[in-house]
Ligand binder design. Structure first.
Ligand SMILES: Nc1ncnc2c1ncn2[C@@H]1O[C@H](COP(=O)(O)OP(=O)(O)OP(=O)(O)O)[C@@H](O)[C@H]1O
Ligand SMILES: [Mg+2]
Length: 552
């Protein structure tokens, strides 16, 4: 029977370290190159990739896959991907994880953190005794969303296959039977969202007594108020001498103490600046505007984007209701759009994400349920129709583009109502050497002194999924006035008037030339798009080339 609290009927096992069966967690063999690496070389590598290490005894980073001394079954799969080298976080985190140490890995979105924990997990499993009937998983990966769990399953299957490992994915909204069958047939690796896992634990369908390698992906999200009680319940079920790894692109101070409670001794690796950092391959454009202007601006933007060859775009909105409204109206006007949010059935969610992944529907409207971890090939544009509740979410949302060395562009509508978030946002922009418009600067200045905008870590409670469940009605998108839809592609009025994405200073945006500020490197947008914007907006001529809605 379920208690009133998540996992209320689960009892914390009494761990007697004297009688617990010992297990091995250090499998690291240093490659001769690594052994001979001079402190100077290491220092240079750390400086070049802005790697900061906290904690004692961090091993020397590896520079190549070979230096990781991974077993053949792992190397075979790495070779198949023909990647050049480990990413910086992998270079430093793999040796630590392979040594069996606890770790916090903080690195930019799209920097390969998933393999950062999956490869050592596979090595870990391969060194443990075989599972016996009734044993639960050896590796447990916890994630905040179902789609992320499924995505990690793919990676785990891809790299675990060569050593015959079995993985199971356990998440809500889908039938329990097949998930249980996967667990029962002896899955060494389990990737789970907390709610469904707790259901299975409470029902005695699985156990975590064999679990010795634990991962919290998107750990700051997992430790925030929405998930913390469930995480606590689950972690109590795992032996205390397990290896624990936490990963995210953001590590707000509000979760650090709690994280330490679950980590004991650990090493933290950060790549990039120690403050909140966005991926530098993303061009960030902030449009300070009024709420009522957003729709028209969105249409204008999408008209431009859809002329690009690579036009995969994700649009983030604040509420599920708004996601539905915008999607419905865009569809009516012929846009190739689907949406994903927490009120949709899992089948619909999977279908929307699949069609987005394979390009059948290049536009996805989403709530923050899609802001973390999702690795969709070739997303070129992120549009924040609504600014998120905190700047960590901003960093994760825009991080859906510009992954694995690619570039991308993020457009953000920012209204005076968001002013209290302006200082955090400006810091993120400054760190990434992005243009800060005078309008945004003004909002930043006006909001100084009235801070306290970090609602997310404040008093808001609300159980699993709570933060995706707000449905404040925004009347604007609910009234079905008979007038012409703003999502119609033929909305000519006002397009020519001004560059809505101009940074406000005359020509500033133009002169920036879409450079992302790093050595003058442009973000790789096609020239047409670039020149259109720098000319100050969409022209009637460019509108005439928009494909008719029927095409979609
Ligand atoms: N060494 C590598 N070289 C090139 N590409 C890599 C490498 N390792 C992983 N990748 C690819 O990089 C992409 C992004 O990886 P991943 O999803 O793990 O990023 P992440 O750091 O977890 O991002 P997020 O913070 O958004 O969750 C994936 O498509 C993955 O296959
Ligand atoms: Mg990830």
């Amino acid at each position: 029977m379920k208690g009133s609290q998540p996992g209320g009927s689960l009892r914390k096992p009494k761990w007697d370290m004297a009688t617990l069966q010992k297990f091995e967690k250090n499998f690291y063999k240093e490659h001769p190159n690594v052994l001979n690496r001079s402190p100077m070389e290491v220092q240079q590598f750390h400086a070049e990739h802005q790697i900061t290490i906290n904690g004692k005894g961090a091993p020397t980073p590896i520079f190549t896959f070979e230096e990781g001394c991974f077993p053949d079954y792992v190397m075979a799969q790495i070779r198949r991907n023909s990647w050049k080298a480990p990413t910086p976080i992998q270079s430093q985190a793999w040796p630590i994880a392979l040594q069996g140490k606890n770790l916090v890995g903080v690195a930019q979105t799209g920097s390969g953190k998933t393999l950062g924990f999956i490869l050592p997990a596979i090595v870990h499993v391969n060194h443990q005794p075989y599972l016996e009937r009734g044993d639960g998983p050896i590796v447990l990966v916890l994630t905040p969303t179902r789609e992320l769990a499924q995505q990690i399953l793919e990676v785990s299957n891809e790299f675990g296959r060569t050593s015959q490992l079995k993985s199971a994915c356990v998440y809500g909204g889908a039938p329990k039977g097949p998930q249980l069958r996967d667990l029962e047939r002896g899955a060494e690796i389990c990737i789970a969202t907390p709610g469904r896992l707790i259901d299975f634990l409470e029902a005695g369908k699985t156990t975590l007594r064999r679990t010795t390698y634990l991962v919290l992906d998107e750990a700051d999200r997992m430790l925030d108020m929405g998930f913390e009680p469930q995480i606590r319940k689950i972690l109590e079920q795992i032996r205390p001498d397990r290896q624990t790894l936490m990963w995210s692109a953001t590590w707000p101070k509000e979760v650090r103490r709690l994280a330490e409670e679950f980590l004991n001794d650990y090493i933290q690796v950060n790549t990039g600046a120690m403050q909140l950092t966005a991926n530098h391959s993303i061009l960030q454009i902030i449009d300070v505007c009024m709420e009522h202007e957003k729709e028209e601006k969105l249409v204008k933007l999408l008209n431009e984007i859809m002329q690009e060859k690579q036009n995969k775009t994700i649009i983030f909105v604040e509420t599920k209701r708004k996601a539905d409204d915008i999607t419905r109206r865009m569809k009516r006007d012929g846009w190739p759009v689907l949406s994903i949010h927490g009120d949709k059935s899992q089948q619909e969610r999977d279908w929307a994400l699949n069609d987005f992944r394979n390009g059948r529907n290049p536009i996805l409207v989403a709530t923050d349920v899609a802001s973390r971890g999702l690795d969709v090939d070739d997303i070129k544009f992120v549009i924040n129709f609504d600014y998120p509740n905190c700047s960590e979410d901003y960093v994760h949302r825009i991080g859906r583009t510009g992954r694995a060395g690619n570039t991308g562009t993020a457009y953000t509508f920012f209204t005076p109502n968001n002013a209290k978030q302006a200082p955090d946002l400006c810091n993120v922009l400054k760190e990434a050497k992005q243009v800060i418009s005078p309008k945004l600067q003004q909002l930043e200045e006006s909001s100084r002194g009235m801070r306290g905008g970090r609602q997310r870590w404040g008093g808001r409670g609300g159980g699993i999924g709570g933060r995706f469940d707000r449905s404040s009605g925004n009347g604007r998108f609910n009234d079905r006035s008979g007038g012409g839809s703003k999502f119609s592609g033929s909305n000519g009025g006002g397009f020519k008037s001004q560059s809505n994405f101009s940074n406000g200073s005359s020509g500033g945006f133009k002169s920036n030339g879409f450079s992302n500020g790093h050595g003058g490197q442009t973000n790789g947008n096609a020239g047409g798009f670039k020149s259109n914007w720098s000319q100050g907006g969409v022209t009637a001529a460019s509108l005439s080339s928009i494909p008719p809605p029927s095409r979609f």
